[in-house]
Design a protein around this ligand. Sequence first.
Ligand code: ZN
Length: 391
Amino acid sequence: MTRVLLGGGAVFDAASGSVSRADVVLVDGRIAEVGPGLDGDTFVDCAGGLLVPGFVDCHVHVALGGPQTPRGLPRSTRPLSVVPALRTLLDLGITTVRDAWGADAGLPVALAEGWFPGPEVLLSLRQVCTTGGIGDHWSPRYGPMDFFADPSMPDPVFDGPDAARAVVRRMVRAGADWIKVTASGSVAQGWGVHDVQLTEAEMRALVDEADRQGGRGVMVHAHGARAAELAARAGARSIEHGTFLDDAAVTALAEAGSWLVPTLSTSQADPGDPGETAEPHRAAVRRAFEAGVPIAMGTDAPVRPYAEALREIHYLAEAALGPAGALRAATLEAARLLRLADDRGEIAPGKRADLVLLTGEGLATERLTERVHTVWQSGRVVRAGAGRPTG
Ligand SMILES: [Zn+2]
């Protein structure tokens, strides 16, 4: 077994947030050893650079980045648009993603077959919601729209607790790893952001049924505080966006152990037009952080382009978490949310060899995109940097 020695660099410990000088040895796609003075059969010079775990994006839409036209495009456009999206994310060192709807169960097949490179993708297929919610693509003229004829993208609309169980079963049958729920309206669409669009009984039925289906988790789109509070109290594993969280909501998240996936890129990304949700959203993240709510990174790309995904880490750092906390949110904390922390999320013996070599040793997050030098996925180089990683 070949021992690949990544030598002479600084290593970020996601658990403690500290950085130390260490070598890392990879064997058979796993991290075998971490420490000073190690040896190996092949040597990668990491001097001057910083090794961090492969990044994990807990909220992205890998199949929604294709061009939009008023008349629509052939159906093949959507699955084919996944190819450049995944290449872009992997080039940034994002080695695992949770798709927050849009991709279907053909994608993991394509990745397993090696048809094109990409992060490992966990699926939610569609946004489960009650009638008229934002996952309900319906027009008064045409009725049900878009995916309804495609059995790989099941009907996500339900009303009532029994129907909630049925919709979870439909999604699982079609290959969903996660159940994505929309509990409020949409900032982007400009309506219903403070509404609570399902009942407590419906939310509890979704969570219970998902758990019965192989211990699956529920991720809940909620901008308003009351929708987020209801979802957390019902046992949702993560709250997405959380744009207007108040004290009662963050207390509910902290008590329930629900993660917040803020997707700050949706509100912070345009410096020329920060929008009216920019400051409330930052305040919500600060409030959650101070209440002890675990926070994981999610970009909501392509709301902002895939190529800007690592900016989310900087937004988290600036809002409350600091650079080490934000890097932890994008690695170990994200892996914990996805129940993958036994397998990845930190640079430690036994973990999957998903690693990113950044140029320069500092933790500062401003220029992360430019600093990505080399990326390993399961021990394989998937982006090879040129020259030494000195900053
Ligand atoms: Zn989203």
